[in-house]
Design a protein around this ligand. Sequence first.
Ligand SMILES: Cc1cc2nc3c(=O)[nH]c(=O)nc-3n(C[C@H](O)[C@H](O)[C@H](O)COP(=O)(O)OP(=O)(O)OC[C@H]3O[C@@H](n4cnc5c(N)ncnc54)[C@H](O)[C@@H]3O)c2cc1C
Length: 343
Amino acid sequence: METILFLTHTEADGSLGRAALESLTAAKQLTEALGGSSLVAGLLGSQTEAAVGQLAGVGASRILAVTDEQLAQPRYATDAAAATAICQAAQATAVIAPATSRFNRVLPGVSHRLGGAVDTHVSQLGVSDGTIEVTRWFYRQRLRGRLKRAQRPWILLIDPGCYAAWSGEPGTGAAEAVSSPADLAAPRTQVTGIKAPAADAQTIRPDADLLFVTGAGWTKKQADGQTHVPDAEKLILNFLNATRASLGSSKSLVDLGGEGQAVLSFLTHLNQIGQTGATPRHPKGLATCCHGEEPHTVGWRFVNERRVINTDGTCGWARGKADVLYVADAFAVMKKVNELLAS
Ligand SMILES: Cc1cc2nc3c(=O)[nH]c(=O)nc-3n(C[C@H](O)[C@H](O)[C@H](O)COP(=O)(O)OP(=O)(O)OC[C@H]3O[C@@H](n4cnc5c(N)ncnc54)[C@H](O)[C@@H]3O)c2cc1C
């Protein structure tokens, strides 16, 4: 029998974000699967009221909250102190939390303070032989592992995109206030601002329906013996602006920048998909001017429908790695696609 704590930070407006609602589904399903266990919800933030309302129908036996102005800022010391206080108040044996950048940074430290254990990048929770069993991927998503631990409390960070977001009827209610730990009173660190790219320059969009991947072919000499990098930039940006797709890249293309060659100015290594890059979860993907080598396509593991535009009908994608391969010039195809999107 476990006391399962769904633990999350709230958004700036006090509500639960999508990753939080997904891990709430995971926590609820786990509680139901583990007969005789109870679900407790724990919130931390400068505002928590809206989140309490969202939790109304979830069936939590208690809702605990540390509500403190200092928690408006994602800061290790204050987040860790508040999360530890909630785990202790709940007497949690298992803690299910969203793997947001804020919590990925903080909860391993919380587990150390509690003398517990932590696992990150969890993709599934289950029950085996009456105890919790978690699933996660290893070695760049090539090996799937299932693990159990005897140590408690066990903190589990659920990767976004693995569960449907909880969507129960909102209601009203009140949380039990957990008193703010002393560490919150006078933090030594202040967040003085956030430096982020302009909305249009932010090309990585994990929630997008489509992943649009660019390969090194966009910068190579074309049929006329010339490169056309400025044209490529325009075609790609117009497509991204029209579709709000997320932009991925092959390693070769992002590496070219480091070699001082002409590349697409808006790409960084953060866009890289593959064995040494990211493994995003999008329903659809379109690869352009990319050869489809195994170290790249392994990053497409969770993309459900894959389409490719390549002038080479014998490229790597043709070997069972894509659902549809258009043997065509990506410059011509994307020009036409953009015209259709504009009309
Ligand atoms: C240990 C290791 C880790 C690696 N990790 C990664 C990784 O994480 N991600 C990754 O991407 N790679 C990775 N690689 C590199 C990978 O093996 C490939 O070298 C890389 O993916 C190739 O990039 P590309 O397909 O863009 O370039 P290229 O192989 O140069 O392919 C360019 C393609 O563009 C096509 N093309 C050209 N012009 C046009 C046009 N007008 N229209 C349509 N098609 C056109 C060409 O036919 C060609 O197929 C790794 C390699 C190693 C050894």
